[in-house]
Design a protein around this ligand. Sequence first.
Ligand SMILES: [Zn+2]
Length: 432
Amino acid sequence: MARSVLIRNGTIVTQDSGRRVLSGDVLVEGGIITEIGKVRGGADEEIDAMGAPVLPGLINTHCHVAMSIMKGMADDLPFNDFLDRVFAIDSDRQDKDLLAGSRLGCLELLTGGTTTFVDLYYSQDVIAQAVKEAGMCGVLCWAVLDQQFTTQSGVPLDNCKSFFSRFSEDRNIVPGIGLQGVYVCSEETFMGSRDFSDRTGALMTFHLSETRGEVYEHKEKTGKRPADWLSSIGFLNERCLAAHSAWLTIGEVRALAKAKASISSCPVSNMKLATGGVAPIPEMIREGVNVTVGTDGSTTNNSLDMFGEMKTLALLQKSSRWDPTVVKAQEALDFATVNAAKALGMQNEIGSIEVGKRADIVIMDGRSPTLRPISLENAVSNVVYSAGRGDVRSVLCFGEVVVRDRVPQNLDIGSVIEDGQRAMEAISANKA
Ligand SMILES: [Zn+2]
């Protein structure tokens, strides 16, 4: 049984249906939020928020966490050279390198206020170990693609199914399906995944229309743009989470909305790779697509920083539309919290600070000048436009304090950094 924790004196950004911001306390008992407001009595542990924002744990909906040890190894390259370089590094990595990268990435996510993330990769059983050690929540989607394109042994979808059955009861792991994209997944692979998802409720995440080349090549091959094609084969539904979704027509946006699908916009990755497209977020919101936000991996961002991502998403939309009213601060925060929870089918568990929900909570730094002055009116704006992940002081996940006063409580920061360093040096030596 988790200890009880009382967070005192916070500016609570609840993200409840009224998007209320309240001054007060949050009581956590048995891993669950049991009281919000003026809480009488004590708890096993009390944390004084000193007036700082208290947020629901952020949810990063597109990541490749194991790539954290490849940070800075494939920068400033044209897209095809970038892919060749990453594939060359990635193809001969060992499980211990994956584990080192995943621990490093989990530490970066958690200390930056992200408590749940969606990951698309192979060997998710290795990544799961890091997630569990960190005490956070991973929605781990095993990479699925046609057998002819993979270095996985066996059939990727079968590997995914096996991973799913091994981890479906795990507290920290939500296993899912990670389709690589239309360029390496046939109709059979998509629909086989869809069948498995229909039976199990598994999330299906996939890269969609990240580059213009992908769209044109698919159109040449099938006569349809990728999202139109996915719609035509009957793949899209409410368990779909499409990453990037930058090069979409309004017809494709409507197809996603009709299917009740979600997207994960990755603005920093798109800008860094200069893939050109800007996801049509205002149209998605208008048509009813559920919009969320993700960092993508450490070779394309390169930081797993959800505060940076929320701000960049809002600014990119405003700038490209010549309209400061699109993607308001409240919407950007919604993408990273309640919308993301809905995309994962976890809206009753996470995404907001409400009685009965799981206690995934971020407590910002009450002494940070970045967040001051603060009021109930400007708190959301300060969080999105002014704060950075360096302003995260303490983090609860599953009701347990996993970061206390900036110190991770489960992973040993020294050995995570040392192992990550060693793994990076080993793969660099191989490629020299
Ligand atoms: Zn990706």
